[in-house]
Ligand binder design. Sequence first.
Ligand SMILES: [Zn+2]
Ligand SMILES: [Zn+2]
Length: 261
Amino acid sequence: MWKGRAWRHRLGSAARTALTVLYPWRCLNCSAGLPADRAFCPGCQGRIQVIHSPLCPRCGRPFASGVGPDHVCHQCLQQPPGFRYARAGAAYGTSSTSSQPLRRGIFRFKYARNMRAGKALAGLAAHHFSRARQQGAGLTEDYDRVIPVPLHLSRLRWRGFNQSLVLARAIGRHINTPVDPWLLSRIRPTQPQTQLSGEDRRANVRGAFRVNTPALARGKRFLLVDDVYTSGATVEECARTLYQNGARSVDVFTLARVVDL
Ligand SMILES: [Zn+2]
Ligand SMILES: [Zn+2]
């Protein structure tokens, strides 16, 4: 039994080594060769804008000044968000891709269906999650479940995987918390949020989600995971749906956050 396991392990690592020789890991931005499981070369890694204080303690928006204490942002003061706290690993702008390694990496994962990119980005998400968790308030809860933002079935069939679930699994493993990809569903297809602005984004996702088993949401503390936070409309609608079904708290973590650079 033990021997069998050892052999399987040896064969597994031999196959993995052969695969790495045939298809070396490459930087998701500039294609430089890399050790396995890494997402970016040191040069591209250095261009990623890691998010840290000062930021808005509610929505996690970083302040461009880069100095001073954390404070609630204008948007959250005007209209408190539908979740409790949101944090993101790194920021990028909406324009060119080559100078924004993380944006390019996420696009490769989502649109070129590059699963190695997914594996590397999942590791990066877990790393940034634990970094954000150590930085004071927000994301410090002992969560009951990690929930990926769901795709509609039509999008899932087209893409073949849910990118948020790949990230959620890595974070769930990291904090030893079960991931539940079945609790929340997207019950109608929505337009990609990137094509919309402001109020249209809220209207686009309004009523788009459903809690499948309300008994499993009641009194629970959730961590909602998505790849990118743009206006926050999608995660806010997910959080609202979970709260309507009795959730005790809903926090949000995304690998990236779109900011105006
Ligand atoms: Zn690179
Ligand atoms: Zn805010």
